[in-house]
Each structure stands twice: as C-alpha cells, then as structure tokens.
Ligand binder design. Structure first.
Ligand SMILES: NC(=O)c1ccc[n+]([C@@H]2O[C@H](COP(=O)([O-])OP(=O)(O)OC[C@H]3O[C@@H](n4cnc5c(N)ncnc54)[C@H](OP(=O)(O)O)[C@@H]3O)[C@@H](O)[C@H]2O)c1
Length: 306
C-alpha cells in the first residue's frame, strides 16, 4: 500500500507519522499524481501545532502539505488537460501532498518543463506564489530600492530574484552565511541584529522605496521608520503590525494559482529564477525535515522525496 504523512492530534514533531493508506481514486475533474517531490513550509508546522485550530481546524487523521510535483498516474472523468504519464507541477488545498499518491484538481497543475528539477518543481507552489504576490503588491519600478527580510529563506530567496527581475535594487537582510549566495544573485546583503536599520540606510543611500517582510519581529515598524509608504510595505507574517500600520499582507492566497505557478516554472526553465534546495529528505524522515525547517535558518527550500 502507498505511504502518506498523517497526524492524529495537534502537537510537536512526535505526532507526525508515515503510514500506509489506500491508494486514492480521482473523482470527476480530478487526477492522481504519483508524487516525486513535495516541499515543506513553516505554515504546515503551525497547523500541526494547533496554532490555527480555531480559524482553520484540522480534521483527524490529517494529511499534510500543499506543494507537489510528480507524474500523472490516473485521471478521473472530464479531465482533458493532462494524461497518464505527464510530468506536472501542482498543488492541493486538502493538506495532502506529502504522500506517494495524491488527488489533485485538474486546474491545479501545470506541465513540468524538462529542465526544472523535481526538487525545484516540488518546492515551488507555496513559497513561489507567496513571493510573487509579495513582490507584485509593492509595485516595483525600474531603479526602486526594495528591502527583503528573511532574504535567503524559502519565500525570501525567490522574492529577491523576482524583485531584481523587475529592475529594482534589492537589499537582502540575512545572516552572513547567506551573503555570498545573495551577492551572487545580484542582491546587496545586510546582516540582521543590532544596528540593522543603520546598515540598511547606509546600503540604500537613505532612500528605501519598498519593503517585503518575510520574517516578522519588528521589520514592519522598521520599514515605517525608514520612510517607506504603507502601501509599498508587504508582510506575509506580522499581521498585528499590518493592522496597526495599514500595510499589505499579500501572500499565497493572493497568487496561489496554476497560472502563476506556470509563470514561475517558465522563469526557472529559462534561467531567470533559481529555487535553492537546502536539503532533501525521504518521506520517512518527515520529522527530521520539519526539525530542520523549524530552526528558521533554511536557505531556500527543504523537500521531501516520497
Ligand atoms: N502569508 C503567506 O501566504 C505565507 C506563505 C508562506 C510563508 N509564510 C510565512 O512566512 C515566513 C517565512 O517563510 P519561509 O518559508 O520563507 O521560511 P524559511 O524558509 O524558514 O526562512 C526563514 C528565514 O528567516 C531568516 N531569519 C532568521 N532570523 C532572522 C532575523 N532575525 N531577521 C531576518 N531574517 C531572519 C533566515 O535567514 P538566515 O538563515 O540568514 O538566518 C531564513 O532564511 C514564515 O513565518 C511562514 O509561516 C506566509
């Protein structure tokens, strides 16, 4: 029987299990993908810990994960856009992608370009569409200076490249271990911690036009202090500060579509976007994968390989 990640109650890493499940069957308009790679995201850890239990409760036993790439294994009635054997990149909104087989809506897939690795394809959906939404929301123009906090993380590493592609000068806030990667991708690296605001001011020459916060913990206030207009600040994590200062909160919900996924896959295929893969884990090591992610120092993405 195929294996899938499951948890039966909210809790720490210990509630995560890899169990044998029935092979899922597609309904009308759905298909089944044999998953080759499934990215992991911090939001899934928060769901599993019960942080969102009131707003977005889990039903138990719960599966986990949205990101996926794989091979179409079975199609339901009225599926015309893909066929068995097609290689695809996609997503599920059913918390289910961390599995050997997963049901996917036929509208939630795009073809995998041959030169996009399984790891990059499987890691693309949540982080990629979130970065896309965040960059779009701050309306970058050629020559603007934008600051990205968490610049080398899953979302940040993609956001800095999309911002540079838009013609902006990009300042990336990250630890020194990530500075070479950032500089190699055309980003001016700045170390976080005490004095970071002064270092950003120095690096920007005193003019910051836009700010994308992927880390929280005071970066929205800092952006306001730096004189950035609220409509050109986006945070994907600090919703209290967003409410207080009236800044944007555009993330996955604003761009989580197959069209955007296809656009991002095209950028990778043509060499204009790279998804750094920090580490891959077999599905059986799902706990180790999240333990690693929850340190909050990942460069790019961690990916499970079922
Ligand atoms: N709203 C949405 O739609 C949405 C979607 C996706 C994610 N999110 C949220 O956005 C956040 C980022 O997600 P992610 O997948 O990019 O996380 P991630 O891959 O775990 O990235 C974490 C990054 O934070 C950096 N960091 C650690 N301490 C920092 C500090 N004091 N200042 C600045 N950066 C620091 C790390 O950089 P160093 O290694 O250099 O320390 C690391 O690159 C998470 O909280 C996640 O839940 C929201």
């Amino acid at each position: 029987m195929p294996r899938a990640v499951r948890f039966n109650n909210y809790g720490g890493l210990e509630v995560l299990q890899v169990v044998e499940v029935e092979r899922p069957k597609p309904g009308p308009g759905q298909l089944v993908v044999q998953v080759k790679a499934a990215g992991i995201n911090p939001g899934e850890a928060s769901i599993r810990k019960g942080v969102f239990a009131e707003r977005w409760p889990s039903t138990f036993p719960s599966g986990q994960g949205s990101d996926l790439a794989g091979i179409v294994a079975d199609t339901g009635l009225a599926v015309t856009n893909v066929a068995v054997g097609d290689e695809v990149i996609g997503f599920t909104n059913e918390r289910a992608s961390q599995a050997e087989f997963v049901v996917v809506e036929s509208g939630n897939l795009v073809p995998r370009p041959g030169n996009v690795s399984w790891e990059q394809a499987g890691a693309l959906f949540v982080a990629g569409t979130t970065a896309y939404a965040a960059v779009r929301s701050v309306s970058l123009r050629e020559g603007d200076t934008v600051v990205v906090s968490g610049a080398a993380g899953g979302v940040g590493s993609i956001a800095v490249q999309l911002a540079a592609n838009a013609g902006a000068r990009v300042i990336g806030v990250a630890s020194e271990s990530n500075h070479k990667w950032l500089a190699d991708h055309g980003v001016i690296p700045v170390t976080y911690g005490e004095g970071v605001e002064d270092r950003i001011s120095a690096a920007s020459g005193g003019k910051v036009d836009a700010f994308i916060d992927t880390f929280g913990g005071g970066y929205v206030e800092m952006a306001i202090q730096l004189g950035v207009a609220p409509e050109r600040i986006d945070t994907i994590i600090d919703f209290a500060a967003a409410a207080k200062y009236g800044v944007k909160t555009e993330g996955n919900h604003a761009a989580g579509t197959a069209d955007v996924l296809g656009e991002l896959a095209g950028l990778i295929a043509t060499g204009r976007l790279e998804i750094p893969i920090a580490k891959v884990y077999p599905l059986a090591e799902v706990r180790e994968a999240y333990r690693d992610l929850e340190q909050r120092h990942t460069r790019g993405k961690i990916v499970l390989l079922p």
